[in-house]
Design a protein around this ligand. Structure first.
Ligand code: C3B
Length: 828
């Protein structure tokens, strides 16, 4: 396989654009596109005019890239994902085009601070968390590496809800990211697709007496594509993220109308426009709702038809080259319905024999598993599936029948237990379609997202599938784009790196290892820590603005940012804060380095305990922040509305990175990588990619604690009794009892009791109490380390220096080598 080389030293085509030329463009757009004037333009208009100016370069790249891909008839990867957590695109596009400095200067000369204009943009939050952000990093790397790729997804009208706190409780507000339009997207009416749902299947026979299935849909829906150009870094490629918006079709369905059911059927069915209305806000819990299945099918069907249209333009009705040209990556099981959809198109529409069609499918799809949490493993009731997609259910039955007969029964003859376990249809009171099983059976490759996770996918989730197809399974450890997560978000550190180790690191992140040679140099240490200090001062202002809490940049900034989930154990962090607070109250001279504990997290609106944890952190914060006896040794802040844009301000300012999930539960994590990259020291369990981060940075530069995956399993097997920890550890007992009093919620005892109950009566499903002792010891280690200024600086620098592995360019290269077999296509 040819190694994808990124020519990092090559200057971008647009680099020649200077501030003067940009100014001219911006003013031209202010006049011609915005219809306003320099004297009266609002910041919003200035921002839009600048976007339009940037887009001239973006669209140039887009046109050339598409022409080149078409002319060279390139093999391409099609990334199918229900989520893309893009954040803002303004500074990202400027950086990737190499225009950031020119734009900054141009705007300054026009009397505007580029940072103020950046704030005009709403986050594009079409995702929940890690899975959606990973998709965004991957399409950045794909474009940067000149790899032909299209991202496919849904053009949600409302992205992830906006979070507010009212008296400490999470309130959700709708996100309207494109209320006034979005300058980065292009509507493509010429590529509209129509898709079908509901209805019934009829069996007919043709003149030769061959049986055929005819699906008479109950509803036709229009899919309107919106293209978001994805600009590669200093590369020449501009790829496309194509997002589908649903609309009612003008097509009138006479079949259903004539059968007299139209009015009634449409009333109980989902209206076309609602399909792309809103992103489901559940992270790692399966929704099981009809609308969700329709969302999945809607974007898969539109995207497949789009791919086939493009393929046919070059190859007509000759399907033989399809698997050479097309690979489709399923981002989790959410798009798994694409497998029976492609079968339907090939068998029912293209009249292909089953075996031939199945042969094609099995060469086209690859599946990434992102979680082992049982509540996240998707399954759909057969009943609902039949209602929404009657023909697809038949196809799944046939895939399953052949799989059980030709694979399972051949390997384990007569073993009905094996059949029950491996069947795509789970039998029972309410039979279910298992989307994970379908994905494995229908894909040529299956990967987990970190070494340990991929091992567990094989040993715990699909061991029999591994026995059937060992070569199918592989690992691709996640990564993050260093363009957004270092270059753009941490300009001070970026310039220092450019000076010290050269400017190739954004596309060759292993270059960061050169920093290690300077890790003992007191001058470099001082520079590195001065930058951290300035970033912390910046964040302190943001904290003051958003929460009203004053924090001291000299304190340790200890950051936990991720979705709120019991397995991520924000409540373990809270228990430790309470322990410190209690020690201070018991011993006024308690000696600790002052620390600011900073949280950012959204809870799924229906996840009660997660919301109780947010409330508890906010109430504890309120008490501690106002308690004079604490003497500012502890501050606690919960940042409202955590999102990509806030992450970009928090990550460069972190001293400590909290990665404290129960071992075996966090598939990989990617926040862990971003924080280490920016010189934060991880307090973490041996879970997900933490294990690989520890291998890279070395044990001196990370604070590892807690049960391992094997120890967790052993403890569960021998019987875990959280109450033992409560009774045997007086500190744990005192803290949990404290939460039941009205100390933090005056006049309202018991308001914070939910956490205690889940840990005791609830059995502590994520072993918080078992890991408490180890966690507080790791935190003491951090406290000790921080007192040694030079020692800490070295550790922080070693984190930045040693995490080059975790660039998403490396992940993408792994996918290219292990899964996609793609060749880069250089674009002039
Ligand atoms: C997440 C996992 O929880 C993370 O460990 C992982 O780093 C990312 O995916 C990316 O692989 N994940 C998620 O955000 N949503 C899901 N439904 C499943 C996993």
């Amino acid at each position: 396989m040819t190694k994808t080389k990124i020519s990092s030293s090559s200057t971008p085509a647009t680099a020649s654009l200077n501030a003067e030329q940009l100014k001219e463009r911006i003013i031209r757009h202010l006049h011609a596109t915005l219809g306003t004037d320099i004297n009266k333009a609002s910041p919003q208009a200035w921002w839009r005019a600048t976007c339009a100016a940037i887009n001239e370069s973006v669209f140039d790249g887009l046109r050339t890239t598409q022409r080149e891909h078409y002319q060279q008839d390139t093999r391409a990867v099609h990334y199918f994902s229900l989520e893309y957590l893009m954040g803002r695109l303004f500074s990202n596009n400027l950086h990737n085009l190499g225009l950031y400095q020119s734009a900054k200067q141009a705007l300054a000369e026009l009397g505007h601070d580029i940072a103020d204009l950046e704030d005009q943009e709403e986050d594009m939050a079409l995702g929940n968390g890690g899975l959606g952000r990973l998709a965004a990093c991957f399409i950045d790397s794909l474009a940067t590496m000149n790899l032909p790729a299209v991202g496919y997804g849904i053009h949600y009208e409302h992205g992830l809800f906006q979070q507010e706190f009212q008296a400490g409780r999470q309130i959700e507000r709708p996100d309207s990211w494109r209320e006034y339009g979005n300058p980065w997207e292009i509507c493509r009416p010429e590529s509209v697709q129509e898709i079908s749902v509901y209805g019934y299947v009829e069996t007919v026979y043709d003149l030769q007496g061959r049986m055929k299935k005819v699906w008479h849909p109950g509803r036709i829906i229009k899919g309107v594509p919106w293209d978001i150009p994805v600009v590669g870094y200093h590369g020449s490629s501009v790829n496309v993220l194509r997002l589908w918006e649903s609309r009612a079709s003008d097509f009138f369905n006479w079949d259903v109308f004539n059968s007299g059911g139209y009015v009634d059927a449409s009333r109980e069915n989902i209206e076309a426009e609602t399909i792309s209305k809103v992103l489901y806000p559940n992270d790692e819990t399966e929704a099981g709702k009809e609308l969700r299945l329709i969302q999945q099918y809607f974007f898969c069907s539109c995207s497949l038809k789009d791919i086939i249209r493009r393929y046919k333009r070059a190859h007509g009705d000759d399907w033989s080259k399809f698997p050479e040209q097309v690979v489709i990556q399923l981002n989790d099981t959410h798009p798994a319905v694409a497998i029976p959809e492609l079968m339907r198109i090939l068998v029912d529409r293209a009249d292909m024999h089953w075996d031939e069609a199945w042969g094609i499918c099995q060469q086209v799809f690859a599946y990434t598993n992102h979680t082992l949490l049982p509540e996240a493993l998707e399954s759909w009731s057969v009943r609902m599936f039949e209602k929404v997609l009657p023909r697809h259910l038949e196809i799944i039955y046939e895939i399953n029948r052949r799989f059980l007969l030709e694979q399972v029964d051949v390997r384990w003859p007569g073993d009905n237990d094996k059949k029950r376990k491996l069947s795509i249809i789970e039998e029972g009171h309410e039979p279910m379609v298992r989307m994970g099983h379908l994905s494995v059976v229908g894909s040529f490759r299956v990967n987990g997202v970190a070494e340990v996770h991929s091992k567990l996918v094989q040993s715990d989730l699909f061991p029999e599938m591994v026995a059937l197809w060992p070569e199918k399974f592989t690992n691709v450890t996640n990564g993050v784009t260093p363009r957004r997560w270092l270059k753009a978000c941490n300009p001070r550190l970026s310039s220092m790196l450019d000076r010290l180790i050269g400017s190739d690191w954004p596309t060759d992140l292993k270059q960061l290892s050169k920093l290690a040679a300077h890790a003992d140099d007191p001058k470099v240490q001082d520079d590195f820590m001065a930058i951290k200090q300035q970033n912390k001062a910046d964040l302190a202002k943001v904290i003051q603005d958003l929460t009203g809490v004053a924090v001291d940049p000299a304190a340790i900034f200890d950051i936990q940012i991720k979705r709120l989930h019991e397995y991520k154990r924000q409540h373990l962090n809270l228990l430790h804060i309470l322990a410190l607070y209690r020690r201070i109250l018991q011993n006024p001279d308690y000696d600790m380095v002052p620390r600011v504990f900073i949280f950012g997290a959204k809870a799924a609106p229906g996840y009660k305990l997660a919301k109780e944890i947010i409330y508890a952190i906010n109430k504890v914060a309120e008490k501690i922040n106002h308690d004079k006896r604490v003497k500012d040794r502890i501050k606690v802040v919960f940042m409202p509305n955590y999102r990509v844009t806030l992450a970009e301000k928090m990550i460069p300012a972190a001293d400590v990175s909290e990665q404290i999930s129960t071992a075996g539960k966090e598939a990989s994590g990617t926040g862990n990588m971003k924080l280490a990259l920016n010189g934060a020291i991880t307090v973490g369990t041996l879970d997900g990619a933490n294990i690989e981060i520890a291998e890279e940075v070395g044990e001196d530069n990370i604070a590892i604690f807690g049960l391992t995956v094997d120890e967790v399993k052993a403890l569960r097997q021998s019987g875990y009794h959280s109450r033992d920890y409560y009774h045997n550890n007086p500190e744990i007992k005192a803290i949990l009892d404290w939460l039941e009093t009205d100390y933090f919620t005056p006049g309202k005892p018991g308001e914070l009791a939910a956490i205690k109950h889940s840990l005791l009566e609830g059995g502590d499903p994520y072993l918080v109490l078992a890991d408490f002792e180890g966690y507080q010891a790791a935190q003491q280690q951090i406290d000790g380390w921080y007192r040694d200024k030079a020692g800490w600086a070295k550790k922080a620098m070693m984190n930045t220096a040693c995490v080059g592995k975790f660039t998403s360019d490396r992940s993408i290269q792994d996918y290219v080598d292990r899964v996609w077999q793609l060749t880069p296509c250089k674009v002039d």
